[in-house]
Write a protein that binds this ligand. Structure first.
Ligand code: PSU
Ligand code: MN
Length: 306
């Protein structure tokens, strides 16, 4: 293993002892939420995972070193210096490591690094997907192709309806990625518990999730799994309300000429502003819920070894 990749001793020991380990991304810290809520949330997620008896591994790149299991100091750095931190997807890893830069990892790069460390389960808020208007822009998140190739289960609250949920599900089907609705048959839409689209199956228990994921990898089907876990009822937004906010945010996007990797952070920021922070509260609560489910799943997956 080169010096550009480091697994913290705590995570290394947990993996060696057969404990449940849950990976966490850092784009959500640097570019998905404002300071100080980003820092509070990053630390709260680690706490939720610990409370559930598993070990958290927040992943990011600091001065050209990819770290699986960031220290609190590392998390503080990524939370407080968003402007100096590069949003790092799979294709950006060589540039960030090669030139000794700082990178906040997205779902695609976090999956890659988690797998490299031997972690099977990853919790986040929402994954990237096929953007609305992708038939013209071709804007499809590398999260989806990563899910097609890297063996990590991603617990999320579906995709934000800033994306085309139907096309995202089609793309995941093409990539051979199971989309398992946890106690739901409808695909969650991040702020909202349900969209009009269906997951490919509804799975009611952590045990069954674990059986399906293990079966996939045992038979040699490479690639990830989406565990779609709806936002708790109490924090769920009415679908119509958020749709209006998203439509206006997308118009702003065109007006300001925002393109490429800046699109997702821009839309997230706009939605937060327009909802006066209410969407941020929902965002924080859903990702905490995902951390709890991911911890239970990680524990179950090591309880019944592959
Ligand atoms: N969706 C969210 N919050 C986020 C992201 C997505 O609701 O913070 C981040 C994740 O890190 C995801 C990335 O992997 O945005 C996708 O970016 P893009 O659409 O540029 O692929
Ligand atoms: Mn994109």
């Amino acid at each position: 293993m080169g010096t550009n990749f480091e697994v913290s001793s705590r995570v290394k020991e947990a993996l060696a002892d057969g404990k449940g380990v849950v990976a966490l991304e850092s784009t959500i810290i640097s570019h998905g939420m404002p300071y100080p809520q980003n820092l509070e949330t990053a630390l709260a997620l680690e706490e939720e995972i610990e409370k559930a008896g598993a070990v958290p591994a927040t992943i990011g790149i600091i001065q050209g070193k990819a770290i699986v299991g960031l220290s609190n100091e590392g998390i503080h750095f990524l939370a407080q210096n968003a402007k100096k931190i590069n949003k790092t997807a799979r294709r950006d890893i060589p540039n960030i490591i090669g030139l000794g830069k700082n990178g906040a990892t997205t779902v695609s790069s976090t999956m890659f690094l988690a797998k490299k460390a031997g972690i099977q389960v990853f919790a986040t808020g929402g994954i990237g997907g096929v953007h609305r208007g992708a038939s013209k822009s071709f804007d499809i998140s590398s999260d989806l192709t990563e899910l097609g190739r890297t063996n990590v289960a991603v617990v999320c609250s579906g995709v934000k309806s800033i994306l085309d949920i139907g096309m995202t599900l089609e793309y995941l089907e093409t990539q051979g990625v199971p989309v398992l609705g946890y106690q739901t048959d409808k695909m969650p839409a991040f702020y909202t518990r349900e969209s009009s689209y269906f997951c490919d199956s509804k799975i009611d228990t952590i045990e069954d999730l674990s059986k399906i994921i293990s079966a996939k990898w045992n038979i040699g089907l490479e690639g990830g799994v989406v565990v779609a876990n709806p936002v708790p009822e109490k924090y769920s937004y009415p679908a119509g309300e958020i749709e209006d906010v998203i439509k206006s945010a997308i118009l702003e996007l065109e007006r300001f000429g925002v393109t490429g990797k800046d699109i997702t952070p821009f839309l997230l920021g706009k939605i937060k502003d327009v909802t006066k922070g209410k969407s941020l509260e929902t965002n924080i609560e859903l990702v905490k819920e995902n951390a709890r489910v991911a911890a239970a799943l990680a524990n179950e997956m090591v309880r019944k070894p592959l």
